[in-house]
Design a binder for this molecule. Structure first.
Ligand SMILES: Cc1ncc(COP(=O)(O)O)c(C=O)c1O
Length: 501
C-alpha cells in the first residue's frame, strides 16, 4: 500500500518480487492500468519516485524506468522540479474499461453483423467440420503417407538459400510468375485446356477462389445453380456472397440441366464438379456439358468448374475438362493443390476467361496480398522438375489399390448393409445403405467406434433421393481400410439387430 505522495492518492500496488517478470515491467503495467481506468485522472501527480521506491521495496532506478516508459507512451509527463503528472490528453473523452461483470455479459451478447453475413450465418451448413485425421473413412485427404517429403524439403531449403531481396519482400498479388507459368503448362499438357499464363490467378486454396468469384460476380439474391448434393465449402462461399441457391438434382450424367431450366432459366452462375461429382462421383456427360454451356450463354451466366480431384483417374481415361470444350468463354476453371500435393499448403488457382482477366487482376492487385511466395515457388519447381507429374502417376496407382482394398473388403463383409459403388477416379466413393438403415444413425454409431463416414444428406441443400454414406479411401492405408470395413460392418449389423428387436 502506498500512501499519498504529492497529492491525494492511496494506491493498492501489488508487486510480485518472486516473479520472473521484471519489476519495472510489473510497475509500468500497474500504473498504466490505474491511469487508463481513471484511478489517476488527467493532471494528477504521481507519487515521487523516491517515495514509491521506498514504499514498494523497489530500487529508485526501477521506478524511474517505469516512469520513463509511461512518458514514452505519452500517458504521463515529467516536469522538471515539479514531478510526474498524468498527461492532459487523458482529459479527452475516451472509452473507460468495462467492469468485469458487465464485460462477461457483453461477450455473451450476439454482435451486430452486416445483413448479408447475418443471413449467411443462418444458412451456413453444416456447422461441424468433417474430421481431417487420416483414419477410415475420412474424405478429402490425399495419401499424406506417400508424399515425397524429402524432395519437398530439399526444394524448400533451396528456396531459403536464395538472395534475401528475392525471397523476403512482398510477392506478386496474382501469383508467383513461375507458378502461374507452371500451372498454365500443366493445364495445357494434362487437362486439355488452351490457356495463357496471364489467365491464371493463384489463390489460398480453391476455397478462396470460390469466394473471390462470388465477390466479383454475385449480387445479393442472384440465382446460382448448384448441385444437390454438392460441395459444402463452395456452397457456403456462394451463400456468404448472398447467392440464392437453386438446388439441382444430379444423376449418373451429372447435373440435370433440364431441371435447372425448369426451375430457373435465368441464373447468374452455375457451380459444377463435372469430372467427379462431389460427393456422388458421377462424370458429367458431354451432352450435359454442352447443354450447360448453352444454358449459361442464354442466361448470360458464368459457370464455375471445380476440378478438385480430376487428376486421379484409375479406370478408363475420363472426358477432358469442361473448360476444354468451352467455346463460350463463360467457364471459370478452379483447381487445387490440396489433393494433388497436400491440403496444408492452402494453394489453389483459378483460370479466368479472357473477359474476366483484367477484373481479377485489378481486384487482386488492389487489396489482396497474395499467397506466401515460398510455397508458390517450391510448388513451381516441384512441377517444373517433373516431380508433380511423377507424383500424380504414382498416386493414380496407389488410389486404384486403395479403392480395390475397400471394394474387396466390403464385398463379403458389407453385403446387404452397404453397397459400395465402384469408382474409377478420385479419393472417395459412396455406399448405398441397406433397407432400414438410416444415414445419420449409421454415421454417428460408426463415429463412436472411430470410423468416420459422412451421410450424403450432409452435402444436400434440399432433400435428395439417394440415401447412403460417403467413404474416403485415398488417404487411408489398406490395413486400416480393411479394419474400418470390419468395424463398420459390426456397427451396421448392430443397428439392423436393434431395428429388428
Ligand atoms: C469439391 C471440393 N472442391 C475443392 C476442394 C479443395 O478446397 P481447397 O483447395 O480450399 O482445400 C475440396 C476439398 O475437399 C472439395 O471437396
Amino acid at each position: 500500500m502506498v500512501k499519498r505522495a504529492g497529492g491525494a492518492l492511496l494506491l493498492g500496488i501489488d508487486i510480485d518480487h518472486g516473479s520472473a517478470r521484471p519489476l519495472s515491467t510489473q510497475l509500468t503495467v500497474i500504473l498504466r492500468d490505474l491511469i487508463l481506468d481513471g484511478s489517476f485522472a488527467a493532471g494528477d501527480r504521481l507519487p515521487a519516485s523516491r517515495t514509491l521506491a521506498r514504499d514498494l521495496g523497489l530500487s529508485r532506478t526501477t521506478v524511474i524506468e517505469a516512469f520513463e516508459r509511461l512518458v514514452a507512451e505519452g500517458l504521463v509527463e515529467s516536469r522538471v522540479g515539479a514531478g510526474t503528472f498524468v498527461a492532459g490528453v487523458l482529459r479527452t473523452e475516451r472509452p473507460l474499461p468495462v467492469p468485469a461483470a458487465q464485460a462477461a455479459s457483453l461477450t455473451a451478447r450476439k454482435p451486430k453483423l452486416s445483413r448479408a453475413m447475418a443471413a449467411a450465418m443462418a444458412a451456413f451448413a453444416p456447422r461441424q467440420r468433417l474430421p481431417h485425421a487420416p483414419r477410415a473413412f475420412v474424405t478429402g485427404l490425399p495419401a499424406l503417407d506417400a508424399f515425397p517429403m524429402a524432395q519437398w524439403a530439399r526444394l524448400s531449403a533451396k528456396h531459403w538459400r536464395r538472395q534475401r531481396d528475392t525471397v523476403m519482400g512482398y510477392g506478386e498479388a496474382c501469383g508467383h510468375p513461375l507458378l502461374r507459368r507452371a500451372i498454365a503448362g500443366h493445364l495445357r499438357a494434362n487437362r486439355g485446356i488452351a490457356c495463357e499464363t496471364e489467365q491464371i490467378f493463384v489463390t489460398g486454396g480453391a476455397q478462396q477462389a470460390f469466394h473471390l468469384i462470388g465477390t466479383v460476380l454475385l449480387d445479393p439474391g442472384d440465382k446460382v445453380w448448384f448441385e444437390n448434393p454438392g460441395p459444402i465449402g463452395a456452397r457456403n462461399s456462394m451463400v456468404a456472397n448472398g447467392a440464392e441457391l437453386v438446388p439441382l438434382p444430379v444423376d449418373e450424367e451429372g447435373l440435370c440441366v433440364a431441371a435447372g431450366l425448369a426451375a430457373s432459366r435465368q441464373f447468374r452462375l452455375a457451380f459444377v464438379t463435372p469430372s467427379h461429382q462431389q460427393p456422388l462421383g458421377s462424370v458429367m456427360s458431354l451432352e450435359r456439358r454442352f447443354a450447360l454451356l448453352h444454358a449459361a450463354e442464354q442466361a448470360g451466366a458464368w459457370v464455375v468448374e471445380d476440378d478438385y480431384d480430376g487428376e486421379f483417374f484409375f479406370g478408363n481415361r475420363p472426358l477432358p475438362t469442361l473448360k476444354s470444350v468451352d467455346a463460350t468463354g463463360r467457364v471459370i476453371y478452379v483447381g487445387t493443390f490440396s489433393k494433388s500435393l497436400f491440403p496444408s499448403l492452402r494453394l489453389g488457382f483459378m483460370l479466368a476467361p479472357p473477359a474476366l482477366v483484367d477484373t481479377f487482376a485489378a481486384m487482386m492487385s488492389a487489396y489482396l496480398p497474395g499467397v506466401p511466395s515460398c510455397t508458390q515457388e517450391v510448388a513451381a519447381e516441384f512441377i517444373a522438375d517433373g516431380h508433380f507429374s511423377a507424383h500424380i502417376r504414382r498416386m493414380r496407382r496407389l488410389y486404384a489399390e486403395r479403392h480395390a482394398a475397400l471394394r474387396d473388403a466390403a464385398k463379403p463383409r458389407l453385403d446387404g448393409l452397404l453397397a459400395i459403388e465402384e469408382a474409377d477416379s478420385g479419393l472417395h466413393t459412396i455406399g448405398h445403405l441397406g433397407a432400414g438403415l438410416a444415414e445419420r444413425d449409421a454415421a454417428s454409431a460408426a463415429e463412436k467406434q472411430g470410423v468416420s463416414v459422412s451421410p450424403i444428406a450432409r452435402f444436400a441443400i434440399a432433400p435428395v433421393a439417394v440415401r447412403g454414406l460417403v467413404l474416403g479411401f485415398g488417404g487411408i492405408k489398406p490395413p486400416e481400410i480393411r479394419a474400418g470395413v470390419e468395424t463398420l460392418a459390426q456397427v451396421l449389423e448392430r443397428l439392423v439387430l436393434r431395428r429388428a428387436s
